[in-house]
Ligand binder design. Structure first.
Ligand code: NAP
Length: 284
């Protein structure tokens, strides 16, 4: 029987996941398909119900379903529960397991660059889904101090309160700040994770956002990560590189969250090189 995999989203045409997983399936010579599935919000319960009926092994989940699908799962893994979002469904017979591979995907991507998060002091910019995944990745890896900063401080406050009660096992200190007042925190940071959408697609606003970040206050050995991968070399990464700081772009997280989903469904590691190539990012 052909193994059925796919991705639920609305819109879904833009997703690079079918190409990435399709390439891995081809290289391994598996009898499997991964298809984009356009699912509107009001049809999500019916689409989830159909997974078992049609014999799907699993799906990825993207906007706008990552939160709403949680209530339709039989079980959630610890990371999905902590982040409050599911990006991977694994069908175990009739049982649907909701998982989140964004946080472990980010951690793997950083480890690939030699960046280990244990004991780190980190500043996370943003208070949306990517910021939540970053905080959970840091806390689960044993970061010492995590400060979240957003332009509306109330959103960062709320996110950190939610995460503090949702994460079962962590010993990190969790704080929040207004984006406008991060300067004093920067000298104490080992790592900044840019998890807002401010740098997406570049342009004047992205330039302004980077110009306002006082990265010169960071220690020389600090790292700057931008989760945005379009463009790969964001305004924030360019500014960090110009100051001699070490940088990591968002492509690795995209790749590794997909690789982890693949492992959950198929029980084997996918060929990362083929997946990376299929993502279609040829240059920095
Ligand atoms: P989201 O839930 O919509 O959150 C966006 C966040 O960005 C909010 O906190 C928002 O602040 C903030 N923001 C937007 N424009 C800003 C600006 N000009 N200045 C300051 N803050 C600004 O989005 P998300 O899901 O977290 O995704 C964020 C970005 O991460 C996306 O652009 C995506 O490309 C990237 N991402 C990458 C991966 C990966 O695999 N590499 C995975 C997920 C996401 P307010 O709350 O004040 O509006």
């Amino acid at each position: 029987m052909t193994t059925l995999l796919g991705i639920f989203g609305d819109p879904v045409e833009h997703s690079r996941s079918p190409r990435m997983h399709g390439a891995a399936i081809a290289v391994l010579g598996l009898d499997a398909v991964y298809v984009p599935l356009h699912v509107r919000a009001e049809k999500l319960p019916a689409a989830v119900e159909a997974l078992s009926a049609l014999g799907f092994r699993g799906v990825n989940v993207t906007l706008p379903h990552k939160q709403t699908i949680m209530a339709l799962m039989h079980e959630l893994d610890e990371t999905a529960e902590a982040i409050g979002a599911v990006n991977t469904v694994v069908c175990e017979g009739d049982a649907l397991i909701g998982r989140n591979t964004d946080a472990p995907g980010l951690r793997r991507s950083l480890e690939e660059h030699g960046l280990s998060l244990g004991g780190m002091r980190a500043l996370v910019l943003g208070a949306g889904g990517a910021a939540r995944a970053s905080v959970v990745a840091l806390a689960h890896a044993g970061a010492e101090r995590i400060v979240a900063a957003s332009r509306t401080v109330e959103r960062a406050d709320q996110m950190m309160r939610d995460l503090a009660s949702a994460m079962r096992n962590h010993a990190s200190s969790l704080e929040s700040k207004a984006l406008a007042s991060i300067e004093s925190a920067l000298p104490d940071m080992d790592l900044v994770i840019q998890a807002t959408s401010a740098t997406l697609n570049g342009g004047v606003d992205a330039e302004r956002f980077a110009a306002q970040l006082p990265l010169e206050q960071l220690p020389e050995a600090a790292w700057v990560v931008d989760l945005v991968y379009e463009p790969r070399q964001t305004t924030v990464l360019r500014k960090a590189s110009a100051r001699g700081l070490r940088t990591v772009d968002g492509l690795g997280m995209l790749l590794h969250q997909g690789a982890l989903s693949f492992e959950h469904w198929l029980g084997q590691s996918p060929p990362l090189g083929a997946m990376r190539e299929a993502l279609g990012f040829t240059s920095k």
